[in-house]
Structure formats: structure tokens, C-alpha cells
Design a protein around this ligand. Structure first.
Ligand code: COA
Length: 249
């Protein structure tokens, strides 16, 4: 099974994060697959909407920590291309979130248009605790979306939050039971895909605001993120996670 499954249903392209043994943590290879799928979906006139989901009762535990460590010694950070691609993606994105959504697993949702989550969904943005910084434009988009109080609690204090809190904050559209999560997301995606395309895309563009501003913030954040990744604090936090996993194994 591929770590990212790609399936097409009518005018909807479904991307399923499928690495459940590692809580769907995103590797460079997965980011590359996602980035390629998004750029193909942007070009393909037969695709109207993209749906993103996670397999195995988890959405994503965020960036693969091993790949973060490899990036320190010159390894690639394919996350950067993915983040730019999803932020610039011109068509609606629907997301279905079950279980954990950590780091980029939560920040990517800021670039989605309709998001559904189960009562078991749990969101966390532990960047600062890891010696890292908010990414994917979240330092700009989260305060706008959820207000400064919540953005500070989630991005600075590192408080995790529930699906209900995410709904109240306007980060997700609705909380739905897990047995109907995918069906709900698929139905919403198909309905969007059936709408007059030009009007839908133009309306979405207006709603999402100044894309250049968002892409600029993403690049500024990424520069700061790379520097933070090289800090002793981040290295210690990432090494601690890897060592904990090794000991548990
Ligand atoms: N990168 C790499 N591997 C990860 C991972 C990540 N981000 N998140 C989880 N995994 C792996 C674990 O190492 C473990 O692998 P193993 O079975 O080979 O030891 C497996 O996924 C299961 O994770 P585990 O920690 O045992 O599950 P849990 O339910 O106890 O905890 C999390 C789940 C997500 C809370 C915990 O794994 C975690 O904190 N992950 C890191 C999240 C993170 O900081 N992401 C980056 C944000 S910038």
C-alpha cells in the first residue's frame, strides 16, 4: 500500500494519508506525492475538488521527525514545496479529520475550504515546545481565523484542542461521527465539484484573500523554521522523541 493513496471519483480527487503505523507522519516522499498530485489536479480540468483524509483513525502526526533530523545535515525539506502548493492551489479542498492532527496535520487545514472532524479528533501545534516555529502561514492565518487568544493558546502555549473547540473557532465546519465522516466529506466535495466551475473558483479566490501575502508569510516562516531546526533546543527535543520511540521499540 502506498503511503499516500490517490483515487479519483468523478471530479473529486481523493488523497488519503496512509501510514497508520507511524500515525500518518509525513515523510519527504509523501510530501512529494502530495505536491505532484496537487499540481496535476490544478492543471486537470476534469478535477474540481480535492479531498484529503487520513487512514486508520488518525489524520497526521505532522512532519516525520526522522526527516526533520535528516534535514539538519542537508537532507531535503519537501514540506516547503507542499506547503506552497497547497496554499496556492486554485480549487476547493475538503478535509476529513479523524483522530490526531498534529503540526502540519493541523496547519494544512487552514488551506482547506470545508473541514469535517470526528469527536475523536484532537488538534495540536507543538512547534514552540519543540524549539520550532509556526509554519504554513499559520502565524498569519490562525489569529485571523480563530482570534489572537486562541492562536496564542494553541501556537505559543501549545495547548491541544478538541473538535468542538476547533468548530467554535471556525477552523472546521462540523463535528460528525466517524462512521459518516468520509461519506459527509465526499458528499460535500461532490456537491462543490458540480457547481459552475468558474464562479466557484473566483468566489473561493475572493474568500481566501491576498495569496501573495500568504505565500510571503510562508516563506518568511520557513526561513525562520530552518534556523530554528538547527538550534540546540530543537535538536534535543527531536532526539528525545526518536530515543523514546527506540526505547519503546
Ligand atoms: N514522525 C515520525 N514518527 C512518528 C511521528 C512523527 N511525527 N509521530 C508518531 N510517530 C511514530 C512513533 O515513533 C511510533 O513509531 P514506532 O511504533 O516505530 O515506535 C508510531 O508512530 C506510533 O506513535 P506513538 O508515539 O507510539 O503513538 P501515541 O499514540 O503514543 O502518540 C503522538 C501519538 C502523535 C502524540 C506522538 O507520536 C507524537 O507526539 N508524535 C510527534 C508529533 C510531532 O511532534 N510532530 C511534529 C510536529 S512539528
Amino acid at each position: 500500500m502506498a503511503d499516500v493513496e490517490i483515487a479519483r471519483s468523478g471530479a473529486v480527487l481523493e488523497l488519503t494519508l496512509n501510514r497508520p503505523a507511524k500515525k500518518n507522519a509525513l515523510t519527504n516522499a509523501m510530501y512529494r506525492t502530495l505536491t505532484d498530485a496537487l499540481s496535476e489536479a490544478a492543471r486537470d480540468e476534469g478535477i474540481g475538488v480535492v479531498l484529503i483524509a487520513g487512514a486508520g483513525g488518525v489524520f497526521s502526526a505532522g512532519n516525520d521527525i526522522g526527516d526533520f533530523i535528516a534535514a539538519l545535515s542537508g537532507g531535503e525539506m519537501a514540506a516547503a514545496d507542499f506547503i506552497r502548493a497547497i496554499a496556492a492551489f486554485p480549487k476547493p479542498i475538503v478535509a476529513a479529520v479523524d483522530g490526531l492532527a498534529v503540526g502540519v496535520g493541523t496547519t494544512l487545514l487552514l488551506h482547506c475550504d470545508l473541514v469535517y472532524a470526528t469527536p475523536a479528533a484532537r488538534f495540536a501545534l507543538p512547534f514552540v515546545d519543540l524549539g520550532l516555529l509556526p509554519e504554513a502561514g499559520s502565524s498569519l492565518l490562525l489569529p485571523r481565523r480563530a482570534g489572537m487568544a486562541r492562536a496564542s493558546a494553541w501556537l505559543l502555549a501549545g495547548d491541544s484542542f478538541s473538535a468542538e473547540e476547533a468548530r467554535e473557532a471556525g477552523l472546521i465546519n462540523a463535528v460528525v461521527e466517524s462512521d459518516v465522516l468520509l461519506g459527509t466529506a465526499r458528499e460535500k466535495a461532490a456537491k462543490l465539484a458540480a457547481k459552475p466551475r468558474a464562479a466557484l473558483l473566483a468566489a473561493r479566490r475572493f474568500l481566501r484573500g491576498d495569496q501573495a501575502e500568504i505565500l510571503t508569510r510562508i516563506d518568511v516562516e520557513l526561513d525562520a523554521f530552518r534556523a530554528a531546526l538547527a538550534s540546540p533546543q530543537a535538536q534535543a527535543a527531536l532526539a528525545a522523541f526518536v530515543n523514546k520511540s527506540k526505547q519503546a521499540g
